[in-house]
Design a binder for this molecule. Sequence first.
Ligand SMILES: *[C@@H]1O[C@H](CO)[C@@H](O)[C@H](O)[C@H]1NC(C)=O
Ligand SMILES: *[C@@H]1O[C@H](CO)[C@@H](O)[C@H](O)[C@H]1NC(C)=O
Ligand SMILES: *[C@@H]1O[C@H](CO)[C@@H](O)[C@H](O)[C@H]1NC(C)=O
Ligand SMILES: *[C@@H]1O[C@H](CO)[C@@H](O)[C@H](O)[C@H]1NC(C)=O
Ligand SMILES: *[C@@H]1O[C@H](CO)[C@@H](O)[C@H](O)[C@H]1NC(C)=O
Ligand SMILES: *[C@@H]1O[C@H](CO)[C@@H](O)[C@H](O)[C@H]1NC(C)=O
Ligand SMILES: *[C@@H]1O[C@H](CO)[C@@H](O)[C@H](O)[C@H]1NC(C)=O
Ligand SMILES: *[C@@H]1O[C@H](CO)[C@@H](O)[C@H](O)[C@H]1NC(C)=O
Ligand SMILES: *[C@@H]1O[C@H](CO)[C@@H](O)[C@H](O)[C@H]1NC(C)=O
Ligand SMILES: *[C@@H]1O[C@H](CO)[C@@H](O)[C@H](O)[C@H]1NC(C)=O
Ligand SMILES: *[C@@H]1O[C@H](CO)[C@@H](O)[C@H](O)[C@H]1NC(C)=O
Ligand SMILES: *[C@@H]1O[C@H](CO)[C@@H](O)[C@H](O)[C@H]1NC(C)=O
Length: 535
Amino acid sequence: MGGRSFKLPHAFFTLLVLVHSMRLALGGFIPGVGDANNISCPEGERQALLEFKKGISDPYGWLSFWGSEEEKKNCCNWPGIRCSNQTGRVIQLQLGFDYLGGMISPSLLELPYLTYLDLSNNDFNHSYIPEFIGSLSNLEHLDLSSSNLSGPIPYQLGNLSRLQYLDLSSSNLSGPIPHQLGNLSRLQYLHLGDNNLTESENLEWLSHMSSIEYLYLSFTNLSVANDWLEVVSSLPNLKNLDMSACNLRLSSFSQFNHSKSFTSLESLQLRDNEINDIPKFSGDICTLCELGLSGNNLNGQLIEHINDLSGCAKDSLEVLELARNQLWGSLPDFALFPSLKGIYLSSNKLNGTMPKTIGNLHNLEHLDVSLNYLQDVISEAHFSNLSRLLSLDLSGNSLTLEFDFNWVPPFQLDKLYLRSCKLGPRFPNWIRTQRNVTILDISNAQISDTVPAEWFANLPPKLVSLNISSNQIHGQLPNVSTMSLSELRFDLSANRLEGPLPLFSTDVSSLNLSKNRFRGHFHLFVKSMMGIWVF
Ligand SMILES: *[C@@H]1O[C@H](CO)[C@@H](O)[C@H](O)[C@H]1NC(C)=O
Ligand SMILES: *[C@@H]1O[C@H](CO)[C@@H](O)[C@H](O)[C@H]1NC(C)=O
Ligand SMILES: *[C@@H]1O[C@H](CO)[C@@H](O)[C@H](O)[C@H]1NC(C)=O
Ligand SMILES: *[C@@H]1O[C@H](CO)[C@@H](O)[C@H](O)[C@H]1NC(C)=O
Ligand SMILES: *[C@@H]1O[C@H](CO)[C@@H](O)[C@H](O)[C@H]1NC(C)=O
Ligand SMILES: *[C@@H]1O[C@H](CO)[C@@H](O)[C@H](O)[C@H]1NC(C)=O
Ligand SMILES: *[C@@H]1O[C@H](CO)[C@@H](O)[C@H](O)[C@H]1NC(C)=O
Ligand SMILES: *[C@@H]1O[C@H](CO)[C@@H](O)[C@H](O)[C@H]1NC(C)=O
Ligand SMILES: *[C@@H]1O[C@H](CO)[C@@H](O)[C@H](O)[C@H]1NC(C)=O
Ligand SMILES: *[C@@H]1O[C@H](CO)[C@@H](O)[C@H](O)[C@H]1NC(C)=O
Ligand SMILES: *[C@@H]1O[C@H](CO)[C@@H](O)[C@H](O)[C@H]1NC(C)=O
Ligand SMILES: *[C@@H]1O[C@H](CO)[C@@H](O)[C@H](O)[C@H]1NC(C)=O
């Protein structure tokens, strides 16, 4: 198994700073309702919270407003606390994203009216989920996700009969899922994914959760749970199901009677399993918007598999992910699926053509057919109605792009990857129209033209990554200018650029100018760069 990770480092810190600034902006705390209604928390609950604080390590001092001083008396005003506006009892403890550590003290049991407990995105140092949490009997919302917890899920959580939301994802929990969770009949959201859990019997317990709408079990070893499909398909309110990387095999579908199944399902994610067919029943799910089967064992012609989706799902389907399989042949006539917004077919063995009908998918936002063996000449017609397209990846095929020199595409792309497509010999003029682009890769594209100087002097303002390497672009680079606020990554290597080195008006975090014909003194530019390769 692999792939689960703690998402702490960068994004986490940004959030931390955001939360912190938000608190400062609010005068140091997120107000509870206490002051507005002149209610004050009971002394016993304040003491319980102070006791809880004692167990917690709080390197950033988020809890410094929690204290025994007179002016801090009303715990309803403390950050992270919310009291009932009727009774003044503590009902909510929201300390997610606080970089707290230490241990979760049983003093929480002295907050009997607690309905909402969020300790997510902290670092509890591989400690276990305390069993006493199962006795916080009024809890409706429990979030301990991404908190570096380990060990088993305590079966006592099955006692939280009012629970509607349970998120224990992205920690290092292991062992079997306790079947007592099946008693949580009001649960609407259950996320146990991205741990190291197993199911040692079957999923019968799950069939009692008739309210469940969101069920995420990715990275749970379900290889022995042969009933998984029967069980999840009969959950009447299920909207999102994620059983990616759960060791599921095809054999589980073969005798499946789907006549009354999946009545509300919108998203079915079965990535990274061992499935070798698009499950036939998925074509008959009239609510299905997203189907994720990347990283399975689908083989044979893509067109034949697509026929399995021609039931009523063809009208609702928005995202089809079949990357990392062994599909071959041509792209089908996707016009059958008028709602498609995303097509992901990267890393298959597609060796046919790309029909022009793809240009009629006027809702299409993302098209990725990279790393296949497609052979075709792509023209304006392939994009005729794609005015919403945001990302396009045709890299790593045998595709030739031939457009009228003055073609103005109907789209404004965010990301464009055309590595190893044939674009040249002229620099593709239409790329100049893409003023919103952040990532642009036209490397190894048989371009042998002079540097598009006025384009370099006024690059798209949001550009963060530009790769034009391995072409035969020649001439002198002008000083490079963009309004970008981010640091740029440039790869201009393996061309025939010459003359003195250009100046860059922006911070460049990596610059590869190697295998060109520049002259000059490179050290002048190095100060703002993290990586530079000139030869
Ligand atoms: C708030 O309640 C206290 C007693 O609990 C009382 O002395 C005070 O006057 C109240 N303040 C307001 C604004 O109602
Ligand atoms: C008290 O809280 C409830 C639910 O949180 C809310 O519906 C109600 O409007 C609040 N009442 C007052 C007076 O703020
Ligand atoms: C989780 O806890 C373990 C054990 O203390 C520690 O080694 C590890 O660095 C922690 N992981 C994160 C992401 O904080
Ligand atoms: C993490 O746990 C280990 C042993 O389980 C302990 O030695 C260490 O002090 C703990 N670290 C923190 C920050 O609590
Ligand atoms: C769970 O609930 C049952 C009754 O509903 C009770 O007897 C038992 O003590 C509870 N267990 C815990 C750990 O709270
Ligand atoms: C998860 O916890 C186990 C011990 O329970 C430990 O051996 C393993 O290294 C941990 N894995 C991660 C990714 O922290
Ligand atoms: C659910 O709770 C009841 C009693 O409250 C108990 O008898 C039953 O075994 C529990 N079911 C599961 C699946 O834990
Ligand atoms: C997952 O748990 C198994 C035992 O249940 C253990 O052997 C394995 O190392 C764990 N994997 C990780 C990544 O913690
Ligand atoms: C999944 O569980 C089964 C049965 O418990 C076990 O044989 C298998 O090795 C597990 N697979 C992985 C990848 O851990
Ligand atoms: C599937 O189930 C429905 C009713 O639930 C039944 O009428 C039908 O005969 C079953 N089909 C098969 C092939 O078992
Ligand atoms: C595509 O690949 C399949 C399977 O390898 C092969 O049978 C077929 O002839 C290939 N088609 C083309 C046009 O190369
Ligand atoms: C560029 O993107 C922004 C959103 O990121 C959008 O509002 C704007 O319309 C786009 N510009 C063009 C020319 O499409």
